[in-house]
Design a protein around this ligand. Structure first.
Ligand SMILES: Cc1cc2nc3c(=O)[nH]c(=O)nc-3n(C[C@H](O)[C@H](O)[C@H](O)COP(=O)(O)OP(=O)(O)OC[C@H]3O[C@@H](n4cnc5c(N)ncnc54)[C@H](O)[C@@H]3O)c2cc1C
Length: 390
């Protein structure tokens, strides 16, 4: 087994690290503390900046402006983006990934041509609308409906916690067109543009962390979309959403790793400079052992993420459960690492002027978004039980 990065992967890491530390990281604190209106402007600027170095096109085909990079290369770049600014990673991921990947896999040529070049350039923002007020972990319980009337579909329902909701030009909306057929055959995914009649952005959320990535409800009240808005086949929407979340889980693991790496950067720097009882605090075992634990946890997270990315590329039948393992471990590690980083900073870690305070708040989302830790454990346990049944 060879753990060496290819020359191309090394170049991606270096380019993204340099660019993100120069262009994105210095704006992370400002983005976290900006007003709602400023956040909308700043996050779109960050997305455009990252589009300029090809980040939003990494998974997409050349004919739409992408570069068709493998998933490990995407994770390498993503770690550097998240290390610089987790909110920027999340908003980019919701657009080019959660919206862009199902479009890439299930969309027809006309749909891809309409949206993908804009998504890749950062001119169009996309979002993914699955969760509803009464349906998060239990996604099959969504209540949004789609009824065919002539050449149009009429959508009714409310989506909640939607990343990029307030700034999205186009949303992927999952709705039941045939409740009796169940989620496997009765849900359809629709491409809904922001000016579709009956579509509106609902309540925006004031969040604990990821404050630089806007989140809101989306409201569909007799929202009319044409037949051409159906993604892939009628009735395939739930399966499309679940397949998308497999990529999303690798993404969520990657943002957690980036947050953990930023915590490690900060804790290492600070513990070298801060003196107590006449010597730098990193000379105390209580502090240096925290740094050691951080290193081990980030290293394991990265290995799991690369393995999940590799398994997905290789179409390994275990790829979904490996993605769950990566997401679970990386996100829980990130919250522990962020807590350790705040501890290393002592009182200063509790003050908003220092990045570890933001990182501590940001880290928690990893255990909730794209399937909670509990749901990941349910999925992993199911896979183990099935294996031991044989
Ligand atoms: C900032 C943010 C951004 C988001 N972005 C998006 C987005 O872009 N698009 C989108 O569609 N959604 C998005 N979400 C929604 C997110 O995916 C859900 O919040 C998540 O799946 C959990 O659903 P819930 O909040 O309804 O919690 P619930 O499902 O109500 O869960 C509550 C608790 O019960 C536990 N629980 C539930 N069922 C079980 C079970 N079977 N076994 C054990 N424990 C269980 C959960 O683990 C959790 O601890 C976002 C959420 C946040 C906070």
């Amino acid at each position: 087994m060879d753990y060496t990065m290819t020359d191309e992967q090394k170049a991606i890491k270096e380019n993204f690290a340099n660019f993100c530390q120069k262009e994105i990281a210095p704006r992370a604190q400002m983005l976290d503390r900006a007003s709602e209106h400023e956040v909308h402007l700043l996050i779109k600027e960050n997305m455009k900046k990252l589009a300029s170095i090809g980040y939003l096109g990494m998974p997409h085909e050349e004919q739409y402006g992408g570069t068709s990079n493998d998933l490990i290369s995407q994770a390498i770049a993503g770690e550097e983006v998240a290390r610089a600014c987790a909110s920027t990673f999340l908003s980019c991921g919701a657009s080019y990934g959660l919206f862009g990947m199902p479009l890439k896999i299930f969309g027809n040529a006309g749909q891809k041509q309409k949206y993908l070049p804009g998504i890749i350039k950062g001119d169009i923002v996309g979002c993914f609308g699955l969760t509803e007020p009464e349906a998060g972990s239990d996604a099959a319980a969504i209540r949004t409906t789609a009824v065919k009337k002539g050449a149009e579909w009429i959508l009714n329902g409310t989506k909640t916690f939607i990343t990029n909701g307030p700034i999205a030009d186009v949303s992927l909306i999952m709705a039941y067109n045939d409740k009796a057929a169940g989620p496997g055959a009765g849900v359809t995914a629709f491409l809904v543009e922001k000016d579709a009649p009956g579509f509106s952005v609902g309540k925006a959320f004031d969040k604990l962390g990821f404050r630089g990535s806007p989140t809101s409800e989306l409201v569909l009240e007799d929202c009319r979309v044409p037949e051409s808005a159906v993604l892939g086949n009628v009735g395939h929407g739930f399966i499309q959403a679940m397949q998308t979340l497999e990529f999303g889980r690798i993404g969520m693991a990657t943002v957690s790793l980036g947050i953990a790496m930023a915590c490690m950067d900060e804790a290492n720097k600070y513990s070298k400079e801060r003196k107590a009882f006449g010597k730098p605090i990193n000379r105390y075992q209580e502090i240096s052992f925290k740094l050691a634990d951080m290193m081990i946890m980030t290293d394991i997270s990265r290995l799991l993420i690369y393995r999940a990315a590799w398994a997905k590329e290789a179409k390994d039948p275990e790829s979904a459960v490996i993605a769950s393992c990566a997401k679970l471990f990386a996100s829980e590690s990130a919250t522990q690492i962020a807590s350790m980083a705040v501890q290393v900073y002592g009182g200063y870690g509790y003050i908003k002027d220092f990045a570890v305070e933001r990182l501590y708040r940001d880290a928690k989302l990893g255990e909730i978004g794209e399937g909670t830790s509990e749901i990941q454990r349910v999925l992993i346990a199911k896979s183990i039980l099935a294996r031991f049944k044989k």
